[in-house]
Design a protein around this ligand. Structure first.
Ligand code: GRF
Length: 191
């Protein structure tokens, strides 16, 4: 049977991309990553994609006239590869209407907080400053709102220390399992 075809969009390190690629490789996911899209040429995720033999496309948004212009290029690449789901994994850009319309309910994101708390780019730091003790990660469908969209899954931990690096690593470990679980739900249409 045809495997589910995934595209991963990332801007940085790509540990979530790697968790997904590894699960595809070892059979925990009946899927394949057919394209890695990166808006930061030189990002570490591109090296990871090379190691896993994933086709990658790195681009510089400023080279395009508008978000619509580069998203039109991306949408064509996704269509050509028969992508079923787009997984945002540390993609530090707003997704615009070109992709949202073409891939409605087929774009998901992972965020390092228990949404709807602590949206935005500094979620872990913000949560620590607020004094919360239960941290976690959330996967959700992407819509036009920032870190909004219907929640698919969450994972949580209790952490009472104050070492941000340690906490970040703990949350990343949750994310890596959570994303695989979420993609399995998408594959089995259980969401
Ligand atoms: C993750 O914490 C994810 O929740 C957030 O960006 C981070 C990406 O990490 N959206 P990585 O590049 O997958 O290692």
């Amino acid at each position: 049977m045809r495997k589910t075809r995934l595209a991963v969009f990332a801007s940085g390190s790509g540990s979530n991309y790697e968790a997904i690629a590894e699960a595809c490789r070892d059979g925990r996911l009946d899927a394949e990553v057919v394209l890695l899209v990166c808006d930061k040429p030189g990002a570490k995720v591109l090296e990871r994609a090379k190691r896993y033999g994933t086709e990658s496309f790195a681009f510089t948004p400023k080279d395009y006239e508008s978000r619509e212009a580069y998203e039109t290029v991306l949408a064509t690449m996704l269509d050509e590869r028969g992508v079923d789901y787009v997984c945002l994994a540390g993609y530090m850009r707003i997704v615009g209407k070109v992709l949202l319309e073409r891939y409605e309910q087929r774009i998901v994101n992972i965020h390092p907080s228990l949404l709807p708390s602590f949206k935005g780019a500094h979620a872990i730091q913000d949560a620590v400053e607020y004094g919360v003790k239960i941290f976690g990660a959330t996967t959700h469908f992407v819509d036009e709102t920032l870190d909004g969209g219907r929640i698919i899954d969450q994972g949580a931990i209790v952490y009472e220390g104050n070492d941000i690096e340690e906490l970040t690593n703990l949350i990343h470990a949750i994310e890596h399992k959570l994303y695989v679980k979420t993609i399995n739900k998408l594959i089995n249409k259980k969401f």
